[in-house]
Ligand binder design. Structure first.
Ligand code: ADP
Ligand code: MG
Length: 682
């Protein structure tokens, strides 16, 4: 921008980006011309408004710069085209926000997220990050509410910062670094697995003799094929301006992780979408397929996404960084306590933000945090909170003397705070790490909720203290109140243990294991109120999202069930019959030679095959019936509950019989690539 734009226009645009001011429409034409020039110089032929409908992935419609004229053709891109687009877009889910007859959705340029060029198959496209909303201004995407939530957080955080004398701060942005886990499988196996192709996860598959128990994959030396894939992924991402930094083998065989350097939440969200896209595209070039499903393989770990979150002010402070002076520490503790208050008050909403059919296989399954939200602070900070609650001792157990507001908190060594990998919401020195997200998620949803609920907590703090005449004393008192009320959410122990499940119940913390139940939190009275209070969602927008998510859950399970039935009827059952016939023929052939020959092995096998085959067939029919019944339920919420209670259960039973058959059928008859091949051949 600095290179291509006239100085005044550059300054104007930069101010809009940095200070969140409305875009000056008069500069649009100039910016569009510069963007086009930049893009065309680099070989771009098309542009697209790149947006994020409520499907959780991205959408684009490409237009050529080329416009015919009387004498030939021109490469054109006007300010109008940059600022606003009108994709027809009537087929995106809108949750009733938009009837098809008034289907026009509008895309609006988000100048705060950098435009980028994408090159694939020799086509270079200028991608312009955009918001997507309806004719009446309702958000139809995952960007608009995210931007609104960032605005809300900024407003309230600035109010609190002013209480501590930061009068020059005008903006606070939330920052995010999203660690992304994924699996790679050889493409030839993928193409032979209808379940991977249709559902993104294996719906059948007996566990291989070895899994992850030797812990030899985690952080192990990276195979050459994978390393050359990672190299290309990094190069693609760096070209796109995504700061991919860390990569390693994850716990399960065939599982890996990539992490970028953190950025402002809006850009981090766009960039995470680009990371997922690049991971998938580049895998194909290496004859592999990248699986972003939360649980592609039963019996080994699934994939999540760690959302590292903090707030930074436009004078460069990380608001979750413990400071060096007593004054800094009081401010740090205030933001820390606001976070704790928010997480405890809206635990159900946070849980809801991580609910989907895929993640139901992880949360609470000893590989990911349980479905119970708690906060890990580390010993030292937890001790300080303890003392605030007691309101007596003003010193830390580790060192120094503390009196919030006026005196000092010991310097907290960063690495002393994060030795707990089981916590869903862990303080890690200068940020919180929300670890419940599934690997396929847009990180927008969880961050909309984090930003909004913390904005609310900060608002209450600012409301209480803004007119205080004795700030230090009132702050002490307020923090003590918050600590007393919300200390129950703090847990430093092992979140994977059964004791914690009991203990959490005693503390009254919600434990919501399934998606249909978790989603209801989105439309609770408290949730609707807090979204409205901060102009993040109006009531209609919340309900639209709820409707879409319930629908997505049902559709996902429907696809999985149909795929299972298909695999059972078209491949597993016929294979079992074929093999049983071979075994029966063997019995006949061998006894024809001599009735004295021992055919007990064949007979035993045939019996087992026949039993399991009958069970397989019965379970397939049972699933078909459960599916049919569930599909006949008109009420969406009841339908989702039936999918969870019946269809999901029957799928588990059918899988068990399929996997039992896999274990006794000769390898050369088995029609599907095995776990051994999918997990270990790379
Ligand atoms: P680990 O594997 O130990 O959880 P990583 O180093 O892989 O941690 O990832 C940590 C992530 O946190 C990185 O993406 C990093 O950029 C991000 N991060 C660091 N500081 C902040 C911050 N202030 N706000 C948001 N994210 C941050
Ligand atoms: Mg992490």
């Amino acid at each position: 921008m600095r290179e291509k734009l006239p100085k005044a226009v550059f300054k104007n645009l930069k101010k809009t980006i940095d200070e969140g001011l409305p875009l000056d429409p008069s500069i649009a034409d100039v910016v569009a011309a510069a963007m086009k020039e930049w893009a065309v110089e680099r070989g771009a032929t098309h542009f697209t408004h790149w947006f994020q409908p409520m499907t959780g992935i991205t959408a684009e419609k490409h237009d050529a710069f080329l416009s015919p004229t009387e004498s030939g053709a021109l490469l054109e891109f006007s300010g109008k085209e940059l600022v606003k687009g009108e994709p027809d877009a009537s087929s995106f889910p809108s949750g009733g926000l938009r009837a098809t007859f008034e289907a026009r959705g509008y895309t609006a340029w988000d100048c705060t997220s950098p435009a980028f060029l994408r090159e694939e198959a020799d086509v270079i496209t200028l991608c312009i990050p955009t918001a997507f909303c309806s004719y009446t201004g309702e958000a139809l995407d995952k960007k608009v509410p995210l931007l609104r939530s960032m605005e809300a957080l900024s407003t309230q955080a600035v109010r609190v910062l002013k209480l501590f004398g930061n009068n020059d701060v005008t903006r606070v942005t939330s920052t995010v670094g999203a660690e992304q886990e994924y699996f790679l499988v050889d493409k030839s196996f993928y193409l032979q697995r209808p379940d991977l192709m249709m559902a993104g996860r294996t719906l059948f598959g007996a566990m291989s003799s070895k899994g992850q128990e030797l812990e030899d994959h985690y952080f192990g030396s990276i195979k050459e094929r994978v390393l050359s894939y990672m190299k290309e992924v990094n190069e693609e991402l760096w070209k796109l301006g995504v700061t991919a930094k860390t990569q390693h083998n994850e716990v399960a065989p065939g599982q890996f992780e990539i992490a970028p350097i953190f950025e402002n939440t809006n850009i981090a969200t766009d960039h995470n979408q680009m990371v997922m896209d690049v991971l998938k595209r580049v895998a194909l070039r290496h004859d592999m397929v990248c699986l972003l499903h939360e649980k592609p393989f039963a019996g080994v770990n699934g994939s999540g996404k760690h959302n590292n979150w903090s707030m930074s002010s436009n004078d460069g402070q990380n608001l979750l960084e413990p400071g060096h002076t007593p004054h800094d520490n009081a401010q740090f503790l205030t933001f820390l306590m606001a976070t704790i208050k928010a997480v405890d008050t809206y635990a159900g909403l946070l849980r809801c933000s991580c609910a989907n059919a895929g993640n139901d296989h992880r949360l609470g399954a000893n590989e990911a945090p349980p479905a119970i939200i708690s906060v890990f602070l580390g010993e030292q900070l937890a001790d300080i909170i303890d003392q605030i609650v007691k309101g007596v001792a003003k010193s830390s157990s580790m060192s120094g003397h503390m009196d919030i507001g006026v005196s000092t908190l010991p310097a907290l060594p960063k690495d002393a705070t994060d030795r707990n990998r089981t916590s869903p919401f862990a303080f890690t020195g200068n940020k919180f790490e929300f670890r419940m997200l599934g690997s396929s998620f847009s990180i927008s949803g969880p961050n909309i909720i984090i930003n909004t609920i913390i904005a609310q907590a900060l608002k209450e703090i600012a409301d209480a203290l803004e007119n205080s005449t004795n700030f230090d004393a009132d702050l002490d008192k307020l923090l003590q109140e918050i600590a007393k009320k919300h200390q129950r959410i703090i847990f430093n122990g092992n979140n994977y243990s059964d004791e914690w499940v009991q203990e959490a119940a005693k503390r009254g913390l919600p434990n919501i294991p399934s998606t249909p139940d978790a989603l209801k939190e989105l439309v609770s009275k408290e949730a609707v109120e807090v979204f409205a209070a901060h102009n993040v969602f109006n009531e209609k927008e919340v309900h639209a999202r709820y409707e879409i998510m319930v629908e997505q859950y049902v559709k996902t399970l429907n696809i999985e069930a149909l795929t299972m039935i298909d695999m059972a009827n078209h491949s597993i059952i016929p294979t079992a019959i074929e093999y049983a016939t071979t075994v029966a023929s063997s019995i006949n052939a061998v006894t024809a030679v001599s009735s004295k020959l021992d055919v007990s092995t064949q007979k035993e096998l045939l019996e087992e095959l026949s039993d399991k085959l009958a069970a397989m067939s019965a379970n397939t029919k049972a699933l078909e019936k459960a599916l049919e019944d569930a599909l006949n339920i008109a009420d969406a919420e009841k339908q989702a509950a039936a999918f969870r209670a019946n269809v999901f259960t029957k799928m588990g039973e059918l899988r068990a019989t399929g996997d039992a058959l896999e274990k006794i059928i000769a390898a050369k008859y088995w029609p599907l690539p095995t776990y051994r091949e999918m997990l270990f051949v790379l």
